[in-house]
Design a protein around this ligand. Structure first.
Ligand code: MG
Length: 501
């Protein structure tokens, strides 16, 4: 019998009442997953209505006076353990955010989002920024208003950052990005001139049959120990994602484009990293507010760890080479060194989602800079395309010729998610930071990858990060598990070591 984690009666009462909210979010996850994976096109109207109604119901349940009173009362309790304090922290934060916005603002935001997203889709197809501009301007104004409702100490942008990464502030990010701005161009320049990493590779052009690639992904996931069929599934969606219905049912997707097979494979490995975080939690957190990964940044560190640190290592190429040769006949024309090079092409390019691990953070830095300008400095939507292109040219030496390659490429701003992008950089940096710590504790880290012995690596991640769910806020979790906050030095060292020595 596992030890009970909740002992305080008020907390026990809160957790038992919370179960209904948990059930609603479980249902919402299933409906959203189905919408991306199975739903016929015209189901969209009924599905979005169902989801909107469920979210109203959750909102009502969370803000029910008896529930609020209970949470308030528990805040006065003494001697709470970490689990109990975590429950209160997570609920308090959700309640604060849920209370911040008046209902008419929530409605306006949600309607603007849907319309802006629809316009963005057409504007991107037609490469017409003018069409999207008034909607983007409206989104910026609403985001600014949201920041005012939420409140902030220093910059309005901080209120938005905190929505996506608990406790994250501009003052945390500024030094991280200025370090990258100073060092990363030098590293990139050196890589471009003298690394073994190629700028392109013939394997990018090789075509595959979906069924063959599915077989590859399934075998690779099996090697990684992904519990397919028991506690997880892998399906197909145009934009790969992970969703957790709970600790024992975590779904991932990947995509099959018919060429450049690393995109499908590394997407599956990336999503595996997200899924593992959910699967390896302490099961006693099940049904409670502290179940689930703590933040987007920490989550992305897990996916990037498996995708970049493990998946793009030489040893991983050696491990999966026989699987690839078995299912993709063209792989036999190439050696294992070729395979490793193919996984590590470094090439400054316009599109963020296709960027390699070296240039990726430039894309995020650009967006971070522009978001600060629009939220803190009142820069207008109309000014963004020029600013985007200038910044791109300054950072990567290339200038977009179309809006599609520039300011219109991501869905985030159309969705109204301003302040989200920096969590991607946190993830990339933290993955390298975790590597620096794990290789100290597991001296044959790369040897284990080569032999496909992932259990010690998975245990390390479970003990340091996964098992805690959302008990600790991200910054505290990092101090506890790594003894330091986000430190870009590890990422820079990793790049130098991997590409330049
Ligand atoms: Mg991800």
């Amino acid at each position: 019998m596992p030890e009970e984690v909740f002992r305080n009666d008020l907390i026990k009462d809160i957790v038992s009442k919370y179960r209904r909210l948990w059930a609603l979010s479980h249902a919402e996850s299933v409906l959203s997953w189905d919408m991306e994976v199975n739903m016929p096109k015209e189901g969209i109207e009924e599905r979005s209505t169902a989801l909107a109604e469920l979210s109203v119901l959750s909102h009502e349940l969370l803000l029910k006076p008896e529930f609020l009173q209970l949470v308030d009362k528990a805040k006065g309790a003494e001697g709470l353990n970490d689990y109990e304090a975590g429950v209160l922290r997570v609920l308090d934060r959700s309640i604060r955010i849920a209370k911040a916005f008046p209902p008419e603002f929530v409605r306006e935001l949600s309607e603007t989002r849907s319309k802006a997203t629809a316009v963005w889709t057409r504007a991107r197809e037609k490469d017409d920024f003018k069409m999207f501009e008034p909607w983007l301007q409206k989104i910026i104004e609403l985001a600014r208003k949201a920041a005012d409702y939420l409140g902030y100490d220093e910059y309005p942008y901080d209120a938005l950052l905190d929505l996506f990464e608990e406790g994250l502030r501009t003052r945390d990010l500024d030094p991280v990005f200025s370090k990258l701005e100073k060092e990363l161009p030098k590293v990139l320049e050196e890589i471009m001139s003298r690394s073994w990493a190629p700028k392109e590779h013939p394997l990018e052009k090789e075509k595959y049959v979906t069924e063959d690639m599915k077989a590859v992904n399934n075998e690779v996931l099996k090697l990684l120990g992904f519990p397919l069929g028991m506690r997880s599934r892998m399906d197909i969606s145009p934009h790969p994602f992970t969703t957790e219905f709970g600790i024992k049912d975590v779904r991932i997707t990947t995509r099959y484009e018919g060429f450049d097979f690393r995109r499908s494979l590394l997407a599956a490995v990336h999503e595996f990293g997200h899924a593992l975080y959910e699967l390896q939690q302490d099961e006693r957190l099940m049904f409670t507010p502290i179940a689930g990964g703590v933040s987007l940044g920490i989550h992305e560190s897990q996916s990037r760890f498996w995708e970049n640190i493990v998946g793009r290592s030489k040893e991983f190429s050696e491990l999966i080479y026989p699987i690839l040769k078995k299912h993709l006949r063209f792989v036999s024309k190439y050696g294992v060194t070729d395979l490793h090079k193919y996984f590590n092409i470094v090439r400054p390019d316009f599109i963020r989602v296709e960027a390699d691990e070296v240039t990726y953070n430039f894309h995020i830095y650009l967006r971070f800079k522009l978001e600060k300008l629009m939220i803190n400095e009142g820069v207008k939507a109309s000014e963004l395309p020029e600013l985007w292109n200038d910044e791109m040219e300054r950072l990567l030496g290339i200038r977009p010729k179309t809006y599609r390659e520039g300011v219109l490429q991501d869905i985030h701003w159309a969705h109204g998610t301003i302040g989200y992008f920096p969590t991607y950089t946190l993830g990339t940096l933290l993955a390298a930071q975790i590597r620096a710590h794990i290789i100290k504790d597991i001296s044959n880290f790369y040897g284990l990858i080569k032999e496909g012995k992932f259990d010690p690596i998975k245990s390390w991640l479970r003990e340091k990060i996964h098992k805690y769910g959302s008990i600790y806020p991200p910054k505290e979790l990092l101090m506890k598990s790594l003894g330091e906050g986000v430190n870009p030095e590890h990422f820079l060292n990793y790049l130098r070591e991997k590409y330049l020595s």
